[in-house]
Design a protein around this ligand. Structure first.
Ligand code: NAD
Length: 257
């Protein structure tokens, strides 16, 4: 029996990268998963793969900033499963630039997808969780929420916002038995790590600094599977007296300089 047996979860951005790995891991641990993703092809692929491994998954192709549609999806999941145990706020976008050359339009896009949707998704599931006196909200932040590599200001602002907002929600929702936590991955190998067509976790500079010289003490890039178990833990009964916290999953990167 899995540690999430009989549960139901919503996972955003489940078509690839971390969201896909989290969805597969939740399903392996026995949770039914609602996959919210703007790419209809990748979300369908995740759904098929979960079914092939004997899991229960529902694909919802949507842009999560379409809040009317998001509300319909939440209602549909509750109608299908009778409940939502966990919401995983994972979907995000990254648009690179500095304050000297980036655009207000891109700031707004990133704040909307990466932060506002965390607010709205949580707002949509919270009343239902309050009613049940049970719920878990897990949001994927980033080490960029508290330390910057440069050229990603709006992204970082959104991730810092997630860390602060996680604490606000934890304080407001604790009395209803709802735990709200966040995860901050470091360098992960996913489609997001491609910048201008190059996987930035495989460049000679990256290998020299982060691997050979041990800036990542575990001396490798993280894989989606390195994060998914942490999210499963936060959704499981092994986590029950912990809320408002940020778990850093970065191979030790933020522990050295
Ligand atoms: N890759 C890394 O190194 C890294 C590091 C730290 C944090 N993170 C965070 O982890 C999470 C997952 O990142 P990833 O690397 O898997 O990224 P990714 O780009 O590989 O996957 C993100 C997924 O979200 C979907 N998505 C984006 N906007 C959407 C929207 N408006 N509606 C619905 N779906 C949408 C995309 O289509 C994609 O499938 C993000 O929150 C990211 O900020 C990633």
């Amino acid at each position: 029996m899995g540690i999430l047996e009989g549960q139901a979860a919503i996972i955003t951005g489940a078509g690839q990268g971390l969201g896909r790995a989290i969805a597969l891991e939740f399903a392996r641990e026995g949770s039914a998963v609602a996959l919210l993703e703007r790419n209809p092809d990748t979300v369908e692929e995740t759904r098929r793969d979960i079914e092939a491994q004997g899991g229960e998954a529902y694909a919802y192709p949507l842009d999560i900033t379409d809040y009317d549609r998001y509300a319909q999806v939440v209602a549909d999941v509750i109608a299908k499963k009778g409940k939502i145990d966990t919401l995983v706020n994972n979907a995000a976008i990254a648009i690179y630039g500095t304050i000297l050359n980036d655009r207000l339009e891109d700031w707004r896009k990133q704040i909307t997808v990466n932060l506002e949707s965390v607010y709205m998704g949580s707002k949509l599931v919270a009343p239902h969780m309050v009613e049940r006196r049970y719920g878990r909200i897990v949001s994927i932040a980033s080490i960029q929420g508290f330390a910057s590599s440069g050229e990603a200001g709006p992204y970082n602002a959104a991730k810092g916002g997630i860390i602060a907002y996680t604490k606000s929600m934890a304080v407001e929702l604790g009395q209803y038995g709802i735990l709200v936590n966040a995860v901050a991955p470091g360098f992960m190998r996913t489609p997001m790590s491609f910048v201008n067509g190059v996987d930035e976790t495989t460049t000679p500079d990256f290998i020299e600094w982060y691997v050979n010289r041990g800036k990542v003490p575990l001396r490798r890039t993280g894989l989606p599977e390195d994060v998914s178990g942490t999210v499963v833990f936060l959704a499981s009964s092994y986590c029950r007296y912990m809320t408002g916290q940020l778990l850093v999953v970065d191979g030790g990167l933020m522990s050295t300089f």
